[in-house]
Design a protein around this ligand. Structure first.
Ligand code: SF4
Length: 328
């Protein structure tokens, strides 16, 4: 395997189960046997509705939630249950941009100090740090005097640029972007997505890009994994999953994405309303049946009792649905 194609991050059969408060409440399975790889320089989008488990996957990779099963390898190192010391070492190569640019920056610190913090933690000397901060500010498109100002003096989009600069400060090989544009206005979202795509290309970064909107993910991701109820429903090239989705849930997500053509938008709305009119509302248990069964217009009798596994549907796409091919 070519060095650039080697997996930087490997996630194998990851599961995360949260205990529920209250004696009679059942534990909640947020992530259920998810596997994927990200190569150096590659961006994988993880897309799903709210509550699909997509952010929990990102948080597990970051060590913010404890996996219940599975394994995560970063640059070949097992980080599944990494302790504080191992996480500190990994932090130099694995950065994050969170969803909310208002709460992710310390309001009491100047932008210069916020950007210096990760460099100080990496023991970068003062002169190099000053030079690097100046370059970071320019790289994310902010004026040089930004380093003397405070987060409250910036708009949401500018704050997200600062968060991106902070993520870049340690020169990581992988950035995890957890819904980085969903708290921003539509017009600003495009700017931040373009900035992330430019930065990815300029620095040869890999990204795990979590979002609920397929139309945003297709602009930045090479491949997309569509997640529903904690499981991967479809994984393949981002453009194909946006333009020609195979799994009925991916079809629903694609229909929910906004398009600039009113006629196409009307057709998509019709398709979407057809899905939401699906009569059965029961949800199969976690261990039996297809998780999408209650909303699926294509469901068959076996869908209620036999859980589909990921199968190869085309050369590049795998789908967890009884409508498709052989086991992967
Ligand atoms: Fe629909 Fe059945 Fe496929 Fe699930 S397995 S998505 S219910 S057709």
């Amino acid at each position: 395997m070519n060095e650039t194609k080697k997996a930087l991050l490997e996630v194998r059969d990851l599961s995360v189960v949260f205990a529920s408060a209250g004696r009679w409440r059942k534990p909640v399975t947020a992530v259920n046997g998810v596997s994927f790889e990200i190569a150096r320089g590659e961006t994988l989008g993880i897309v799903g509705e709210s509550g699909s488990g997509k952010s929990t996957i990102a948080r597990a990779v970051l060590g913010l939630v404890r996996p219940s099963a599975g394994q995560m390898l970063f640059e070949g190192q097992d980080i599944t249950y990494a302790g504080h010391r191992q996480r500190r070492k990994v932090a130099a190569d694995l950065s994050v941009v969170f969803q909310d640019p208002y709460s992710s920056l310390n309001p009491a610190l100047s932008i210069g100090t916020i950007l210096a913090e990760p460099l100080i933690a990496q023991k970068v000397n003062r002169d190099t740090a000053r030079e690097r901060i100046g370059k970071l500010i320019a790289d994310v498109g902010l004026p040089p005097d930004s380093i003397h100002r405070f987060p409250r003096q910036f708009s949401g989009g500018q704050r997200q640029r600062i968060a991106i600069a902070r993520a870049l400060a340690v020169e990581p090989s992988l950035i995890i972007c957890d819904e980085p544009v969903s708290a921003l206005d539509l017009s600003i979202q495009a700017q931040i997505v373009n900035l992330l795509a430019d930065i990815r290309d300029e620095f040869g970064l890999a990204m795990l890009f979590v979002a609920h909107d397929l139309s945003i993910v297709r602009h930045v991701a090479h491949r997309t994994a569509v997640v529903f109820h904690g499981s991967v429903m479809e994984v393949g090239p981002a453009e194909q999953i946006y333009g020609n989705p195979l799994h009925p849930y991916s079809v629903a997500l694609s229909a929910a994405a906004l398009v600039p053509d009113p006629k196409l938008q009307r057709e998509r709305r019709r398709a979407r309303s057809g899905l939401s009119r699906t009569p059965a509302q029961q949800t199969p248990t976690a261990t039996t049946g297809c998780p999408f069964w209650s909303r699926c217009p294509e469901r068959m009798s076996k869908c209620e009792t036999v859980r589909p596994t990921l199968v190869r549907a085309t050369n590049e796409t795998s789908v967890a649905c009884h409508l498709y091919g052989e086991k992967v």
